[in-house]
Design a protein around this ligand. Structure first.
Ligand code: G3P
Ligand code: CA
Length: 232
């Protein structure tokens, strides 16, 4: 079963920072996952939350701050003092780390709370700049964002992210033409998921940090798990 380093190697390094991605790139796993937001001055940055409060020494929403303002804060010392000085990465900086690997690169568009008008086109342009069309997987809880991205870049792989399941799941997936769905791992055994796997839907499960659950996912036919500890 495949493993994606979730927010980089986030069990041991501050999530979604360059050091977490550099360390993830050394692990020789199937891929990496990270989250993208848009700054006040329309720059693509990699961070999980809409605000910087939890993972930096600053405060505020990404959407209300410029890249220069965001870069003034420290995104490492909240995790451990030895990582003080880590900056919020741009999408380009993260893609540069994985460009020369064979990793699958899952960009989660975090547009489900703030829509970030135009974020899909900006991400598409950055993918083109790096020539990474074949190794990118775009996902989002905001399925309108997925549809917009597909219009712009129909040949890049996409996945629908679910926090809970929907009825007629397979019809819904077909409607979008996505290659995969990303679900909480505890839905892996549900009959609607098992049926979808039997019918060829690729299912990836988040977030799996222990070997027993990873083994269960493998047995259930899950294609990949997202993991903070990466070596499950
Ligand atoms: O993409 C899988 C997983 O990362 C989705 O949840 O909250 O960790 O972004 P979250
Ligand atoms: Ca994510």
């Amino acid at each position: 079963m495949n493993i994606l380093a979730h927010r980089g190697y986030s069990a041991k390094f501050p999530e979604n920072t360059l050091i977490a991605f550099e360390e993830a790139a050394k692990l020789d796993v199937w891929g990496v996952e990270f989250d993208v937001h848009l700054t006040k001055d329309q720059q693509l940055v990699v961070i999980h939350d809409e605000s910087i409060n939890r993972t930096s020494n600053g405060k505020g929403f990404v959407k209300d701050l410029s890249l220069v303002e965001l870069r003034a804060f420290d995104y490492g010392s909240w995790f451990a003092e030895e990582f003080a000085g880590q900056k919020i990465p741009t999408l380009a900086e993260v893609l540069a780390i994985f460009k020369d690997t064979d990793y699958q690169i899952n960009i989660e568009i975090k547009s489900d709370i703030f829509e970030y008008e135009g974020i899909e086109a900006l991400i598409a342009q950055e993918i083109l700049n790096f020539g990474l069309q074949e190794r990118i997987i775009i996902s989002s809880f905001n399925h309108e964002s997925i549809a917009r991205f597909q219009q712009i870049m129909p040949n890049v792989k996409t996945a629908l992210l679910f926090a809970s399941l929907v009825t007629k799941l397979e019809d819904y997936v077909k409607l979008f033409g996505c290659e995969a769905i990303h679900i909480p791992y505890y839905y892996g055994k549900r009959s609607i998921i098992q049926q979808a796997i039997k019918n060829g839907v690729i299912v990836r499960a988040y977030t799996v940090n222990n070997a027993k659950i990873a083994g269960q996912m493998d047995a259930l036919g899950v294609d990949a798990v997202f993991s903070d500890v990466v070596r499950v």
